[in-house]
Ligand binder design. Structure first.
Ligand SMILES: Cc1ncc(COP(=O)(O)O)c(C=O)c1O
Length: 511
């Protein structure tokens, strides 16, 4: 039975290994090749503690970073794969880039705080963090031979861009596997960064066609030279967001609390694709009792009602429950319509729309310039946060934290299409009013579920069909995820990985 399974599945189920890769060097020869590669390319690897901001970065690296282009395939940019980049994406700041949304926009008392992923290097989105986490754990443990292996990055567009960026720094082949229907801007970027056009593999469909991506990966896995770095099932994705994104949210919250000592971190809202980012919620729940809300497209209500469908909130909602999603720790599921996000993308990002919106809110246009940093899934997160604030009757001390994974610039072509289709005659004040009422303040009835134990079990069980039946994960491994202790172990592995990274760097000898 096992021998018929795809290669990456067999790796995950390997005798007694469980789902978490053992934190040890599994092949010293392969690791030696990786060390030599790192030395020849001048690569020093940051630890997760350094990326989380809990351990200092070497002064020499900080100095050299000042003259490093944040969009170059430069090894120094590995040190920028964190939330502490300044607005110019070159310098560093103590408090991660974020915006507290104007109350006139949200219409709710609760402060809604959005962390901005656009400050991350090379791809302008925080998905380069899980890509780094996946590859670095393989590198330092001798699981990835940069001379021989090709890194395969299954994705809906941002993770594979991050993957290609870190592969290129390492000087190895990276292959992006993504649906053909993703935004033009993603493909433009990939065409600039892929070392060969054949390294961009377009699978059938759009956002929610992840099964088709898996099928392609199974095909690629037939060759021993291909290593599949599957963000939907690889626990370094969970671990990196738990430690780094969780710490970033805490740092922002501490800063807010300096201004309002009564603040509490009430909720973390995250639209889920691989469900890596939402791992930050687990960290915040542990230290602040924060409640966790997953967001998905109403047109593909998989978590809400085991449903399926097509939608355009790119990066999220993939007709399955990722293996790395700790759904038994989930408090809310919130559906948001892609009609709302597409239309708000136009209102927020056309000059006319933004001008009228600012007027309606009694703000200067510049006060809305942060909207440049909010892509479509970020808009979904904002709508969901507003719904949650209303449903929970949160007040001014109840901070809701959420994420803008990427920026509006990645969706200019999507915006132009919606503008052509729906706003060909331009905007009127009445349009703005209508969009505010119907899209930003979408009704929460029927689209927000506060999960009961039974609901959480239903969502957990739904994952069985993808992971056990379809992808061949051992049932005992699948079920191990019912215990919160399993997730603690997945998160706690960061310090052991840091040890291996530190040893690897010492052998490379550049620090
Ligand atoms: C634009 C965008 N938003 C949200 C997400 C979801 O993040 P995660 O995969 O961490 O759940 C992704 C993931 O690729 C994304 O690209």
């Amino acid at each position: 039975m096992l021998s018929n399974l795809p290669k990456e599945t067999m790796d995950m189920s390997a005798a007694g290994g469980g789902l978490l890769d053992t934190v040890e060097v599994v092949d010293a020869d392969v690791r030696r090749i990786a060390v030599e590669r790192a030395r020849s390319r001048g690569i020093a690897l940051p630890t997760f503690a350094q990326l989380a901001g809990s351990a200092p970065m070497p002064q020499g690296i900080l100095e050299r970073l000042q003259s490093t282009d944040p969009d170059a395939a430069d090894p120094l940019n590995l040190w920028r794969i964190n939330w502490f980049n300044a607005d110019d994406r070159r310098g560093r700041q103590d408090v991660p880039a974020h915006v507290v949304l104007p109350r006139s926009l949200t219409g709710v008392e609760a402060p809604i705080v959005v962390l901005l992923g656009s400050r991350f290097p090379m791809i302008g989105a925080h998905k380069v963090l899980p890509a780094y986490a996946g590859l670095v754990t393989y590198l330092v443990s001798g699981r990835f031979d940069p001379q021989r292996h090709r890194a395969i990055w299954p994705s809906t567009g941002n993770y594979c861009r991050g993957g290609l960026a870190v592969s290129r720094i390492l000087g190895c082949d990276g292959v992006a596997v993504l649906p053909e229907g993703m935004s033009r801007e993603r493909f433009d970027w990939l065409e600039r960064w892929a070392s060969d056009p054949s390294h961009i593999i377009r699978t059938v469909g759009t956002e929610s066609n992840v099964k088709e991506i898996y099928d392609k990966c199974h095909e690629l896995a037939q060759s021993d030279d291909n290593v599949i770095l599957n963000q939907f099932s690889a626990f370094p994705n969970y671990m990196a967001h738990y430690s780094c994104t969780g710490a970033a949210c805490e740092r922002v919250f501490e800063d807010l609390r300096r201004r309002n000592g009564h603040s509490r971190l009430a909720a973390f809202v995250s639209a889920t694709g691989s469900a890596g980012t939402i791992a930050a919620g687990d960290k915040l729940k542990q230290s602040h009792g924060t409640r966790i809300a997953a967001v998905e497209a109403l047109e593909c209500p998989t978590l809400l009602e085991s449903g399926y469908g097509e939608h355009n909130i790119q990066g999220i909602g993939d007709k399955h429950v990722p293996l790395i999603h700790n759904v038994l720790n989930l408090d809310f599921v919130i559906g948001v319509s892609d009609r709302s996000t597409d239309r708000l993308n136009v209102l927020f990002n056309t000059r006319e729309g933004r001008h009228l919106l600012a007027h309606r809110l009694g703000l200067k246009s510049e006060a809305l310039s942060f909207l440049d940093d909010v892509g479509i899934s970020g808009i979904a997160n904002i709508i969901a946060a507003i719904k949650l604030a209303k449903y929970m009757r949160y007040g001014s001390d109840d901070v809701i934290m959420t994420i803008a994974t990427d920026s509006a610039g990645l969706y200019a072509s999507e915006m132009e299409a919606t503008e052509r289709d729906e706003f060909a005659g331009g905007f009127s004040e009445a349009d703005v009013e209508h969009l505010m009422m119907s899209c930003l303040h979408e009704s929460e009835a029927d689209s927000l579920v506060e999960t009961t134990a039974r609901e959480r079990r239903r969502i957990f069980n739904l994952g069985y069909y993808t992971w056990v039946e379809q992808q061949g994960i051992a049932l005992s491994d699948f079920d191990a995820r019912r215990e919160q202790a399993f997730w603690r172990a997945a998160a706690d592995a960061a310090s052991a990985w840091d040890q291996l990274i530190t040893e690897f760097n010492a052998e490379v000898g550049l620090n």
